[in-house]
Design a protein around this ligand. Structure first.
Ligand SMILES: [Zn+2]
Length: 218
């Protein structure tokens, strides 16, 4: 019995330690705030020195950052932060969002479970850049999931939309306007009004695109 239990314990997948998560949060904040600019090498050695920890939690944190689209592995050069979007990529991203997300909002209004709906929160109107990035990620994820189509939820998650958007531009009015647009989407979903939810999501994505367009060259 004891050996069977030990065997089970040995087979469990190690969860990232608290230290790796702390490193992840610190480095993520530096990447999102552009303290570490896009397309820049991230050295395991210098991070370990700077944060006063061993290489193990740094490597674990970098794997988590890679899974979230913030860094990628480069041949023979360790890790680097993901490049900033150019204009063509921004156009493609928003064309895709406009095709998928208004439809997802309609379906969420029609089919989302009440318990999931209660998680849709508009939140603070003046959050920090980093906090709003997290909030917006979660808001759009919940709606995509609420649409009840795994392909929609998975393909949006894979794009790491918010990582790219929030490293493109900083303006406080962006978060405030977006929070009001989110409120309109939430109200329509709570009212189970598919037409209104679709229209409100379309308006939010079109306005987000308008707010970003001028900041991205090429
Ligand atoms: Zn949003």
């Amino acid at each position: 019995m004891a050996s069977a239990l030990n065997e089970t314990a040995d087979r469990t997948i190690a969860r990232p330690s608290g230290l790796a998560e702390e490193v992840y949060r610190r480095v993520r904040a530096d990447i999102m705030s552009l303290k570490i600019p896009p397309d820049t090498r991230v050295s395991v050695d210098s991070l370990a020195r700077e944060l006063g920890v061993s290489q193990t939690p740094i490597r674990e944190a970098l794997s988590m950052l890679e899974a979230n689209g913030l860094v990628s592995k480069r041949h023979f050069a360790g890790y680097a932060t993901s490049p900033r979007m150019d204009r063509a990529q921004l156009d493609e991203l928003f064309e895709f969002r406009l095709l998928i997300e208004p439809h997802a909002a309609r379906k969420a209004a029609e089919a989302m479970a009440d318990t999931d709906m209660r998680q849709l929160a508009s939140g603070d109107t003046a959050p920090s850049h980093d906090a709003f990035a997290d909030m917006d990620t979660e808001f759009h994820r919940l709606i995509a999931q609420g649409a009840g189509n795994h392909l929609i939820a998975d393909s949006l998650a894979r794009l790491h939309i918010h990582v790219h958007i929030f490293r493109s531009c900083f303006r406080s009015e962006i978060t405030e306007e977006a929070v009001h647009e989110h409120d309109a989407i939430i109200a329509a979903i709570h009212a189970r009004d598919g037409d209104k939810a679709e229209a409100a999501m379309r308006r939010h994505i079109e306005r987000s695109y308008g707010r970003l367009r001028d900041f991205i060259k090429d």
